[in-house]
Write a protein that binds this ligand. Structure first.
Ligand SMILES: [Zn+2]
Length: 437
């Protein structure tokens, strides 16, 4: 069971990757699903419609079209029972564009091309050198990690250095990447597995590893391999990042980014001393700031769980293509999640169900939605709860609940039903690091 430790793309809460968008299956896949009869046609239509609606919302059906009514688009694509009109479909969806059409679960998890490996190795060695330099900077370590934990962080950087050196010597087995762009679609960016000492990277990091941002990614992921206690407890630049407690910072991968970022010239907090509970202006966090920080964290956990489910369902898809049988616990988990996400699995007439292209694209669209809702949390209005509360903690909890709903509403909703959206967000949040059976 691999756990995923999340992505760097969240570090810029205000930045939106314009090249990553919803995707749909290729027309041949959809026609095959229709022809196979494993799912009722109305189910196929409802799933396709929702994916097209989500793509439309991001302004990304082909610009050659002027359709604003998805019902019209659906009638063109599915003119008769059992049939998909490929030409109509491809008026809206460019079949060659991987940012629009899901091509290959195999390409989504593969070893870096030989041509990319030399630079990747150099970048890891550069990052290792910086980690070692930082480990000798007691002043900087105290400023970021605090007077109690700085020496633990120092030991952490020495381990990070060692891991980067070790991995740079075995890229073929220790690094994987994604030429199918799944990790961009879902904002995942990258993940790391301490148990397997393995790192998964965006293809753009693999093909352009020597930039400061790519080196930050490599160092962040290597920190997860350095010690299992180093996890994700808030991404770089997220609300309250500079105000985190010492005990959190020393175990948070993103805080290990800060001193190397200062050296590489891409810190947001250059020269600052971090003080728990204080924002970078030196003021204590207000109740509203605490609500927003916890609201972001709520979605971060939900997003992380959604990314893990997305990995699980794509692993299953690869296994099914290979003819590897599924275990019962995995089938049970997929059937538990399918009605929450409106996948097709619980609607199928075969057992065990077959993971279709519709399920894969719907799953990844939900990971993406969790990431987009998370980015809304810092800016949604009216997160302060009304009334009086027994404690500050109760007030913050009530505010977080408001923020979670408001952020999903600002995204536009997922399932056409705010209560169902919330049930899905809560299920994911509650299954953080517990999605794999
Ligand atoms: Zn991480």
């Amino acid at each position: 069971m691999e756990k995923i430790s999340g992505g760097s793309t969240f570090s810029g809460l205000s930045r939106f990757p314009s090249n990553a968008k919803w995707r749909v299956p290729p027309s041949a896949d959809l026609q095959a699903i229709l022809s196979s009869g494993t799912v009722e046609e109305s189910v196929v239509h409802s799933r396709v419609r929702r994916l097209l609606e989500r793509m439309y919302r991001e302004g990304r059906l082909c610009s050659a079209t002027s359709a604003t009514d998805i019902g019209v688009v659906m009638n063109e694509i599915f003119p008769m029972p059992g049939q998909l009109d490929q030409a109509a479909y491809e008026r809206y969806i460019d079949p060659a564009d991987r940012t629009m059409v899901y091509h290959s679960v195999r390409d989504a998890y593969t070893t870096p091309n030989t041509a990319n490996r030399a630079n990747l190795g150099t970048a890891m060695q550069d990052a290792a050198t910086t980690a070692l330099a930082v480990s000798n900077d007691a002043t900087g370590l105290r400023a970021v990690f605090g007077p109690t934990e700085w020496s633990t962080a120092q030991a952490g950087y020495r381990l990070i250095h060692n891991r980067l050196i070790a991995i740079s010597a075995d890229i073929e087995h220790r690094i994987s990447t994604d030429y199918n762009l799944d990790a961009e679609e879902t904002f995942l960016g990258r993940w790391a597995s301490f148990d397997d000492q393995h790192i998964h990277l965006l293809s753009r990091v693999v093909s352009d590893p020597l930039t400061p941002q790519s080196k930050v990614t490599l160092l962040h992921e290597a920190s997860h391999l350095a010690a299992s206690r180093i996890d994700d407890y808030g991404y770089y630049g997220s609300p309250g990042f500079e105000a985190a407690e010492e005990a959190t910072k020393v175990n948070n991968a993103a805080h290990y980014e800060e001193l190397p970022r200062r050296i590489w010239g891409i810190s947001r907090y250059a020269g600052q001393t971090f003080t728990p509970g204080l924002s970078s202006s030196g003021a204590p966090l207000t109740t509203e700031e605490q609500i927003r920080a916890e609201g972001v964290e709520y979605y971060r956990l939900a997003w992380d769980a959604a990314a893990n489910f997305d990995k699980l369902i794509k692993d299953v898809r690869r296994n099914q293509l290979d003819g590897t049988p599924l275990d019962g616990a995995t089938v049970a988990r997929m059937l538990e999640v399918s009605p929450l996400m409106d996948l097709t699995l619980h609607e199928q007439m075969i057992s065990p169900p077959e993971v279709t292209g519709l399920d894969i694209t719907t799953s990844e669209s939900i990971v993406r939605a969790m990431g987009m809702a998370m980015r809304n949390v810092p800016n949604v209005p009216n997160v302060m709860p009304m009334g009086s509360f027994l404690s500050a903690a109760d007030e913050i909890a009530a505010g977080v609940s408001l923020a979670v709903d408001a952020a999903m509403a600002a995204y536009g909703g997922l399932l056409g039903d705010a209560a169902r959206d919330r049930r899905l967000v809560d299920w994911l949040h509650d299954h953080y690091r517990n999605v794999y059976p």
